[in-house]
Design a binder for this molecule. Structure first.
Ligand SMILES: *Cc1c(COP(=O)(O)O)cnc(C)c1O
Length: 379
């Protein structure tokens, strides 16, 4: 603060103590950016209902005269830009079955009811097409790097060129911040190995992500995952896509079957990648935190239970063994996983409108930027 803001207290003609005081809680000597922001903003909000609750509890001490419920931090749940994150083939399919101007009014949930009338075969074929496109993308990246850089055969394997395009595929793509627990699923290596290596019902994991350059524990987690990807036990079953960016995110959120999300509750404020996946019929398997507390409806995915790492990992294995794997591989005579497709439809229906940025922006407009209750009147 001294380095970067010294000029400010001179310019504003206030003392150093006065300026820093705006960002210092009572009875404390520690300057906090959050406290500064809360004290200088007219409105404050969390980015999911749960994040609103957690924030009111965390910052209650700044508002000692009100009950926790009345702490002036509201919640506006994040959403994703549907036209950006819905894959092209899904847009095409929806345009055939939804009303003509659906994309102009896509925050109206009623228009999405028609998703349930899409023939299972059409939705499944669209998904399979997207999944194949993702595997081509993965192999093409490996091929190019093999040709242009001196990468090793082990790296080619780790990059996913030996994955099976027909196997149940779980995706995990996000920043490698430690609270997101990227290595949780490897907690019981032997049990995971049995799940992935089942010859009749194989399962594979596709990771992508970046760690912040200064985040040493995050980089350590990333390296651990990467090493497993070319190990004899997991090579060909677990892969890591490097250089996570919007294009990689696009491929993964529309091409995998299940989106795995296991951060340490209550640290995930919202988690928008799960919304991108669900919108494309990729089913979430997630801890109850952030957006999933309001997104999960009992029919559109799974909840990972457990308060500590060990029980959360066991919950993932139990879900995989008893629910996810059997449901994915249960096929009708046409090789369509009818019950899985039902989950996909429910995922699309329950996320597209409520977790669209269109809904979010309207809510910011009504509750924050232009409220009609006069709460923005000049103080
Ligand atoms: C959506 C997205 C994120 C945020 O995802 P979380 O679920 O909040 O971790 C980060 N990076 C990229 C490239 C994304 O597309």
């Amino acid at each position: 603060m001294e380095d970067h803001f010294r000029h400010l207290w001179e310019e504003m003609n206030v003392s150093r103590e006065e300026l820093l005081g705006i960002g210092t809680p009572p009875d404390s000597k520690t300057f906090s950016m959050t406290v500064l922001a809360l004290n200088t903003s007219r409105k404050a909000n969390g980015v999911s209902r749960k994040h609103g609750e957690v924030s009111r509890r965390m910052w209650h001490f700044l508002y000692p005269n009100v009950e926790e419920d009345a702490v002036p931090i509201i919640a506006i749940t994040n959403g994703v830009h549907v036209p950006t994150w819905l894959s092209g083939p899904m847009v095409k399919l929806l345009s055939k079955h939804l009303k003509e101007d659906w994309s102009q009014v896509h925050d109206n949930q009623a228009i999405w009811e028609k998703v349930f009338d899409i023939p299972d075969e059409e939705l499944w074929k669209t998904h399979i097409g997207l999944k194949s496109r993702m595997f081509r993308f993965v192999r093409e990246r490996a091929r190019r790097r093999w040709m242009t850089e001196q990468i090793t055969p082990n790296q080619v394997v780790a990059m996913g060129s030996l994955l099976d395009p027909h196997a149940l595929t779980l995706g995990f793509a996000r920043r490698f911040a430690t609270y997101k627990r990227a290595t949780l699923i490897f907690r019981d290596i032997e049990r995971l190995r049995r799940i992935l290596h089942n010859p009749w019902r194989p399962v594979q994991l596709l990771f992508a992500g970046k760690a912040h350059p200064a985040d040493e524990p995050g980089k350590f987690l990333l390296r651990q995952v990467y090493e497993l990807c070319s190990s004899p036990e997991f090579g060909g079953h677990v892969a890591f896509i490097e250089n996570y960016d919007k294009e990689v995110a696009h491929q993964l959120v529309s091409g995998v079957d299940v989106w795995l999300n296991n951060p340490e509750p209550p640290k995930e404020a919202s988690g928008t990648s799960g919304q991108k996946a669900s919108l494309n019929g990729v089913v979430n398997c997630s801890v109850l935190d952030g957006w999933w507390c309001e997104g999960y409806n009992g029919r559109n995915g799974w909840v990972i239970e457990g308060a500590d790492d060990e029980s959360a990992a066991n919950s993932i294995y139990n879900l995989l063994e008893t629910e996810i794997v059997p449901r994915f591989y249960e096929r009708d005579p046409e090789d369509i996983p009818v019950k899985w497709v039902a989950l996909m439809k429910e995922a699309i229906f329950s996320t597209a409108a409520p977790f669209s940025s269109r809904r979010m922006l309207k809510e910011y407009f009504e509750k924050v930027y232009c409220p009609t209750d006069g709460s923005n009147a000049q103080r």
